[in-house]
Design a protein around this ligand. Structure first.
Ligand SMILES: [Mg+2]
Length: 93
C-alpha cells in the first residue's frame, strides 16, 4: 500500500493493538465531531481529519504487516463505491 504518513511506532507487536487503535480512531472521530460542533476554524477541523486518516493508516499498516492482503480490500471498497455511483464522471453500471 502507499501511505500518506510515516510508519508510527504503535505498529509494533502490541498484542492489544486492535483495541488500542480502535480507541484512537474513535477518539479522533470525537475530536472531529467536537471541532465541527464548536464551529472551530476550518484548519482545526482539517487537522482532526488528518489525525483520523493517520490512525486509520496505522491500523491498515499493521494488518498488512500481519500478512493481510489489504490491497484486495482497498480494490473491493473502490469497486463497491463505483457501483454505488460515488465517483465523478462515471456512470453506475
Ligand atoms: Mg486529534
Amino acid at each position: 500500500m502507499r501511505y500518506q504518513f510515516p510508519r508510527a511506532r504503535f505498529v509494533d507487536t502490541d498484542p492489544k493493538f486492535d483495541e488500542r487503535q480502535f480507541l484512537a480512531m474513535k477518539r479522533e472521530c470525537n475530536e472531529i465531531k467536537h471541532a465541527i460542533a464548536d464551529r472551530e476554524i476550518p484548519d482545526r477541523i482539517l487537522e482532526e481529519v488528518f489525525d483520523l486518516l493517520h490512525t486509520c493508516e496505522t491500523f491498515i499498516r499493521r494488518k498488512e504487516e500481519e500478512g493481510v492482503d489489504v490491497r484486495i480490500m482497498r480494490v473491493f471498497v473502490e469497486q463497491k463505491n463505483r457501483e454505488r455511483g460515488y465517483y465523478e464522471g462515471e456512470e453506475v453500471a
